[in-house]
Design a protein around this ligand. Structure first.
Ligand SMILES: [Zn+2]
Length: 265
């Protein structure tokens, strides 16, 4: 069988989970050989970083997700170490390393306030790779017509390390146009039970947006190229969207980057 990423004929030993097991997914998987062991091994490195060194670890802890090794979620985002409850109670999160900057509008009497945590810890590129990987695999598995329509060359070159230029993505749940589910029927239902939504919208021949949502965290990326046009449009309409990796913020037009600055302040 040919690997969908590197096109090599292979007989893989491992099963590739489209949504990583440590998000709680057990059933939405590729068939053996559709992703070769070399690609699978390459992916596990950025998957691990994206799951344990970004905002995803906070959400995995909050939802008391059990890792593929049967453990509670653990990770580190900058100075904060984050750990889910050992008895897998939802909404119990151990966070160490907090300081005043992490507490907003905190009232000592009621002990109620907002907790502000960073989204990434040099894990933006790993996260973008994870989004692209889940995107292409889910299209192959559930949307064959769209999978065959495009060659996804840029995406494949990036994930097989032939081209290391990062892809821009947005942390947003906002939908410029109506998004549809990538998984269908039972797959869609079972992933939803696991707090996962995979959605897409085809805007034009250069823009096939893929949104991955886990719990309350949503991120959107274009599977076809590194174009910033859809991002400018999105940022104009939705003030909560944030663009990563951060260096892309210098490349978008002035009117839109003003929105970002206002948002950061
Ligand atoms: Zn491969």
């Amino acid at each position: 069988m040919k690997c969908i990423f590197c096109d090599e004929e292979n007989e893989a030993n491992s099963i590739e989970h489209i949504v990583p097991e440590s998000f709680g997914n057990k059933k939405y998987v590729m068939k053996k050989g559709e992703v070769c062991d070399i690609c699978n091994g390459r992916f596990s490195k950025f998957e691990d970083k994206a799951l344990t060194e970004s905002i995803f670890v906070m959400e995995r802890a909050r939802l008391a997700i059990i890792t593929k090794k049967g453990k509670n979620a653990k990770g580190k985002v900058r100075k904060l170490t984050i750990e889910g409850d050992e008895n897998f109670r939802k909404k119990y999160i151990n966070v160490n390393g907090l300081n005043k900057e992490n507490m907003v509008e905190f009232n000592p009497a009621t002990k109620i306030g907002y907790l502000v945590v960073p989204s990434f810890d040099k894990s933006e590129v790993a996260t973008s790779k994870l989004l692209l990987k889940i995107g292409l695999e889910s299209f192959y598995h559930s949307q064959k017509t769209l999978f065959k329509k495009y060659d996804f060359k840029d995406l494949k070159d990036f994930l097989t390390v032939k081209d290391n230029n990062p892809y821009p993505f947005l942390t947003t749940d906002f939908e410029i146009q109506k998004f549809c589910s990538v998984p269908r029927f039972n797959d869609k239902y079972e992933l939803k039970q696991k707090h996962c939504e995979l959605k897409f919208v085809e805007i034009d021949e250069n823009t096939l947006l893929f949104k991955f949502k886990f719990g309350a965290i949503a991120m959107t990326i274009n599977l076809l190229n590194r174009n910033l046009t859809w991002i400018e449009e999105n940022l104009n309409l939705d003030k909560k969207s944030m663009l990563y990796p951060e260096h892309f913020r210098n490349k978008i037009s002035k009117s839109v980057s003003d929105i970002l600055t206002r948002h950061i302040v």
